[in-house]
Ligand binder design. Structure first.
Ligand code: FAD
Length: 391
């Protein structure tokens, strides 16, 4: 479908820089990611060398300034790269969304000069990897009630507790960790940058995931982990604001990854429908197959436009949190619908892992769960509409 023309605020024609970064990402994904996605899925691990390659291409430093090794670029460029990575393999896309989107960008926004110098050049080059430790075994959607505790002891904090489902967790060098330094509720939470080799911190890989099987997901256990007081990121008691500001932009990145999944469904299903013959003709000739392809195409365009709107709002310095929830909710549900439709177009072959539809469906499914479940985003949108919190 045509990408030319304008609607209200979003310029749908890419600038030269945006088109160049998209082309770079597309070529990289077609050469280095997509051909290995099925094999990494079966092996339950993407090739770890991919992290350094992502850094070398500047994808781990997008939107960050050059003084800390960033490669610049606006948020639409970030969406374009994220979409391409999601088209190739969501497990690879997640590495960038977490290490850059949740960790490095939080350090750039909230960090002291010392924290920025210590971590940003390493994170943007891919020499180090970040992970984001908010969820705990007992608190997911209700993250403000987390129980991991950091107790002040002289010029240090001693942290005890555990974190669950941490993306990049077994590979990462630093965790942006949220722990309670004060009383109950979100005002008692502070953020810390904790190197993962700190004594007392152990990690266990989470096996048996339905999708994102190539991604290193871990449980982190902290037993009296001692960090210097200046490991705190942002002011004491502002940790929940650090987490929420990271997630508001992070949700745009998840939405862009979902657009990538949906685009992969469109490309794979359209190609297959042109080749597979039944009843003496390519199945693309059958109207009900065209209906499935059309449904996928409409979802792709709608999800992409909602996601680009968020990037446009961020780049123009406008409020974007509710629009980010709208994009993430729609794009994640759309990715599941598209993958389900693609699987149906492939028929029985969609059900075996020689073909891509099954993996796309398994990878899409988690997008409706993390960085706020679909139900939580409906509550956030409902609160913005009515002014009444239904949490
Ligand atoms: P729960 O909060 O227990 O929810 C269970 C169900 O109840 C859901 O359907 C939910 O929508 C519903 N529900 C809960 N409260 C309400 C309500 N008030 N109204 C209506 N419905 C409600 N976390 C991190 O911190 N860092 C990561 O890097 C990370 N990566 C992840 C990677 C994977 C593969 C997965 C599966 C999870 C990851 N998570 C991560 C955790 C993820 O963010 C949580 O799983 C998510 O927030 C949901 O929490 P929960 O699993 O505890 O579900």
């Amino acid at each position: 479908m045509s990408r030319k023309g304008r609607v209200t605020a979003v310029d749908l024609e890419l600038s030269e820089e945006q088109a160049a970064v998209k082309a770079l990402a597309r070529e990289f994904v077609d050469r280095e990611v997509a051909p290995h996605a099925a094999e990494w899925d079966r092996a339950e691990s993407v090739d770890r060398g991919i992290v350094k390659k992502l850094g070398t291409l500047g994808f781990l430093g997008l939107t960050l300034g050059e003084e800390y090794g960033g490669s610049g670029g606006d948020h639409l460029a970030y969406c374009l790269v994220t979409e391409e990575l999601g088209r190739g393999d969501s497990a690879v896309r997640g590495i960038v969304s977490v290490s850059l989107g949740l960790v490095a960008k939080s350090i750039a926004h909230w960090g002291s000069d010392r924290q920025k110098r210590a971590w940003l050049p390493r994170l943007t080059s891919g020499e180090a990897l970040g992970c984001f430790g908010l969820t705990e075994p007992g608190t997911g959607s209700d993250a403000a009630n987390l129980t991991t505790r950091a107790v002040r002891d002289g010029d240090a904090y001693v942290i005890t507790g555990s974190k669950m489902f941490i993306t990049n967790g077994t590979w990462a060098d630093v965790v942006l960790l949220f722990a309670r330094t004060g009383g109950e509720g979100h005002r008692g939470v502070s953020a810390f940058l904790v190197p993962l080799d700190t004594p007392g911190l152990t990690r266990r890989e989470v096996h048996g995931k339905l999708g994102l099987r190539g991604q290193a997901t871990a449980e982190l256990i902290l037993d009296a982990v001692r960090v210097p007081a200046d490991a705190m990121l942002g002011p004491e008691g502002k940790g929940f604001s650090v987490a929420m500001s990271a997630l508001a932009k992070g949700r745009m990145s998840v939405a862009a990854g979902c657009v990538g999944i949906a685009q992969a469904c469109l490309e794979a299903a359209t190609e297959y429908a042109g080749q597979r013959e039944q009843f003496g003709a390519p199945i693309a000739r059958h109207q009900l197959v065209q209906e499935m392809l059309a449904d996928i195409a409409v979802d792709v365009d709608a999800a992409r436009l909602l996601t680009w709107r968020v990037a446009d709002l961020i780049d123009r310095g406008q409020p974007f949190a509710t629009e980010s929830s709208v994009a993430k909710l729609f794009a994640s549900e759309a990715a599941v619908r598209c993958a389900n439709n693609a699987l149906q177009v492939f028929g029985g072959y969609g059900y075996i892992d020689e073909f891509p539809a099954g993996k796309l469906l398994r990878d899409a499914r988690v997008m409706t769960l993390y960085e706020g479940t679909s139900q939580i985003h409906k509550l956030l949108i409902g609160r913005a509409l009515t002014g009444v919190s239904a949490f």
